[in-house]
Every structure is written in structure tokens, then in C-alpha cells.
Design a protein around this ligand. Structure first.
Ligand code: ADP
Length: 258
């Protein structure tokens, strides 16, 4: 039987298909239409496995665009899906820090992957992937380049709490001749400070797993480790944990009982 999960995010849409022991995954930019992004992605992924939508034994859809998905399936919150996905990848995980395009969240889970508590910042772009995209753009870079271009030894503090003012601050620093590497390290630190404060509110305990597209940025991972004073586990498929959790929830609900 085949099960699938789709995570329609603000920046990217991710899908995971589970077929026996095998997992297939892919992603698309979400673009202007979350519905089209989700539907095109799952059709392409299934086609690649020689399957059709009708062959699915179960589907869960999550992410901010989940309500726009029209082809069917169950919906689940991102919190529940991330918890399920991370528990499968890192059984020792007790805290998840997920930084996506438009929000950052911290989730506490138990040994079975059940959600015990969570905290979320979805009110302000600072501390999210969008903040880093805007800053990368103002420095003539792609967001994927930030991690390897930073110089933590020359970090420049970013004082503005607001994304618009922080962008002006970065532009001002560049105009004054500051090196990009130090500014980038300061930006990573600013994201890490905000998200670490969210984590401390819940009480940091157990193994901490870092997920979401921003976990692909090793500079943010480094800064978060320094803020929290502990090592983070970053799974190889860190951007897919929500979609993976959704696919596993589909299998839990519709798959054969063990
Ligand atoms: P959403 O679910 O809201 O679409 P994601 O979890 O997919 O968000 O994360 C999107 C964010 O991940 C982007 O805003 C960007 O900051 C970051 N990102 C995406 N790809 C990369 C990459 N290759 N390297 C570093 N950061 C990345």
C-alpha cells in the first residue's frame, strides 16, 4: 500500500510517499497558488513511482495551505505532523525547533512522539526564514549561500527587532563598508536569539532536533547551539519532517494494523 503526506508551506511545498520500507520525497516552490503547488507536486511524485492518486491508501495534508488542497485526504496541524515525523527520525528527541518561511515553533514531545506543549511565533517575520531571504536579497545573495559565507568571529550585532528596520540597518552597514560575512553572522545570531527565547519559555530538555528549511543553514544551527549551550540534531531531511509525519499519520490511520 502507498501512503502520502503533503506539507503546503508559505515558501515551499513538500511531499513524501511511503511504499513499504521506501520513502520518496520532493518539493516545489509554493508560489502564488498553494492549491496548485500541492496538487502538481503529489501528481508528479506519484507518477515518478508509476502510481496514480487513486492508488493511495491514505493521505494527510498539512501546512498553512492545507485547506486549499482540493483532491481529498485528511488534514492535520503542522505541530502534530512535525512531532510524528521527528519521532520517527530521532526517537530520542524531546524538543523540536522548527523554523520555516513564515513562522518558528518549538514543540515538546514524549517518547511516543505525542505533543506535550508548544510555542509559536507567527506574528512577526523576524526569527523566520522569510527574514533571512529578505536580508540575503539585500546583500545580493541567495538564502542558500548565507550558511557558508558567515564569519562568527566578526559578527555585527543587528539591533532592529523589525524586519523592515533590520533591512535598513543592513543596507546602512554595507554602505559604511562593513563586511558581509560579519553582517550574516549577526543576522543568524538575531534569528537564534529570538527562537532560543521561545524554547526557554517551554524549558529546554532532552535531545533537541532542529527542522524546517532554515535548519539547512548551518550558520543558524551554529548560532542556536551557542545560544542554547547544547548540540542540536539536524536530520538529513530536515525540511521534510512535516510531510513525513503527515505520510506516517496516513499509514497509522489507514494502514494495516500491526
Ligand atoms: P515553509 O514550510 O513555510 O514553506 P520551509 O520549512 O520550507 O518553510 O523553509 C523555508 C525557508 O528555509 C526559507 O525561507 C529559507 O530561509 C530557508 N531555506 C530554504 N532552502 C534553503 C537552503 N538551501 N539553505 C538555507 N536555507 C534555506
Amino acid at each position: 500500500m502507498i501512503f502520502a503526506g503533503i506539507d503546503i508551506g508559505s515558501v515551499s511545498t513538500k511531499a513524501v510517499v511511503i511504499q513499504g520500507d521506501r520513502r520518496h520525497m520532493d518539493m516545489n516552490p509554493t508560489g502564488w497558488s498553494p492549491r496548485t503547488a500541492g496538487e502538481e507536486l503529489i501528481s508528479r511524485l506519484l507518477e515518478g513511482q508509476g502510481c496514480r492518486f487513486e492508488d493511495l491508501g491514505g493521505l494527510f495534508v498539512t501546512g498553512y495551505g492545507r485547506i486549499s488542497f482540493n483532491l481529498g485526504g485528511e488534514v492535520a496541524t503542522e505541530i502534530k505532523c512535525h512531532a510524528r515525523g521527528v519521532a520517527a527520525l530521532v526517537p530520542e528527541a524531546r524538543m523540536i525547533i522548527d523554523i520555516g518561511g513564515q513562522d518558528s515553533k518549538v514543540i515538546c514531545i514524549d517518547a511516543a512522539g505525542r505533543v506535550l506543549d508548544f510555542a509559536m511565533n507567527d506574528k512577526c517575520a523576524a526569527g523566520t526564514g522569510k527574514f533571512l531571504q529578505i536580508m540575503a536579497n539585500s546583500m545580493g545573495l541567495d538564502v542558500s549561500e548565507l550558511g557558508c559565507l558567515e564569519d562568527p568571529g566578526a559578527s555585527r550585532q543587528i539591533n532592529s527587532m523589525c524586519t523592515v528596520f533590520a533591512e535598513s540597518e543592513v543596507i546602512g552597514m554595507l554602505a559604511a563598508g562593513a563586511e558581509r560575512a560579519g553582517i550574516i553572522a549577526g543576522l543568524h545570531q538575531s534569528v537564534a536569539r529570538r527562537v532560543a527565547a521561545l524554547a526557554r519559555r517551554l524549558g529546554v530538555k532532552g535531545d533537541v532536533v532542529f527542522t524546517g528549511g532554515v535548519a539547512r543553514n548551518q550558520g543558524v544551527a551554529r548560532a542556536l547551539e551557542a545560544e542554547l549551550g547544547l548540540p542540536l540534531v539536524v536530520p538529513g531531511d530536515c525540511q521534510y519532517t512535516g510531510a513525513l509525519g503527515a505520510a506516517l499519520l496516513a499509514r497509522d490511520q489507514f494502514g494495516p494494523r500491526a
